[in-house]
Design a protein around this ligand. Structure first.
Ligand SMILES: O=P(O)(O)OP(=O)(O)OP(=O)(O)OC[C@H]1O[C@@H](n2cnc3c(O)ncnc32)[C@H](O)[C@@H]1O
Ligand SMILES: [Mg+2]
Length: 207
């Protein structure tokens, strides 16, 4: 299964997680900045729409198959915010410290039981820009929002995301553990098994 796929993401944290998870599968994923792909505008109203927009944009610029990830955190007390706007919650795209500070501020004084939240990760894989049947996978990771940051690993909201099954924040988990149980890890496992099935059905012709 040696095939190059463009990874339609500019997020260094995500790219590291993808390399760790897909490298072992013999799938060569190259970030879109290696092809000077311009960032897609995320104008969709759902993770699914945005993931497809990003994948289509990378296919169009490279002529290669592309995989995109649109993800974010849904906080129940905030009626699902920041959701698809997670990267730009505090205004400036990708300012993790500002996003985390704003989340803490909005949940100030909210008791533990009402701080439930979950990460979503939607992956879209497209063979080419006009692919009429993008493959879409969705992984979810349940937890709650801490009252202060904890841990140094990961990226984004990880320092504020308490993982009940581990008894610590996502940013306190070794990366191998996060990759096994996270929203992204779950979505990627579905993708890998779809690739394997397809490859078997096509007698070795990779996806
Ligand atoms: O669109 P690309 O280029 O992939 O990079 P991005 O950072 O803009 O990515 P998104 O549009 O999907 O926004 C997702 C945001 O949700 C947060 N997020 C997603 N997955 C996360 C994870 O595993 N841990 C912590 N925060 C995460 C983080 O703040 C991301 O910036
Ligand atoms: Mg983005």
């Amino acid at each position: 299964m040696n095939k190059t796929i463009v990874l339609a993401s500019n997020n260094a944290g995500k790219i590291k997680e993808f390399n760790a998870l897909l490298g072992d599968m013999g799938i060569d994923v190259k970030p879109q900045n290696e092809f000077n792909v311009e960032e897609a505008e995320e104008t969709g109203l759902s993770f699914i729409e945005n993931a497809i927009l990003k994948a289509r944009n990378a296919c169009a610029h490279t002529g290669l198959p592309a995989l995109a990830d649109d993800s974010g955190i849904e906080v129940d007390y905030l009626n699902g915010a920041p959701g698809i706007y997670s990267a730009r919650f505090a205004g400036e795209h990708g300012n993790n410290d500002a996003n985390n500070a704003l989340l803490l501020e909005k949940l100030d004084g909210v008791p533990e039981l009402e701080r439930t939240a979950r990460f979503h990760c939607v992956l879209a894989y497209m063979r080419h820009k006009d692919d009429p049947t993008p493959l879409v996978f969705h992984g979810v990771w349940e937890g709650r929002i801490l009252t202060s940051t904890e841990g140094q690993e990961g990226f984004g909201y990880d320092p504020l995301f308490y993982v009940p099954e581990c008894g610590c924040s996502a940013a306190s988990l070794p990366k191998e553990v996060k990759n096994q149980i996270s929203h992204r890890g779950k979505a990627l496992k579905q993708l890998v098994s779809a690739f394997q099935q397809q490859s078997a059905a096509q007698q070795g012709t990779p996806f």
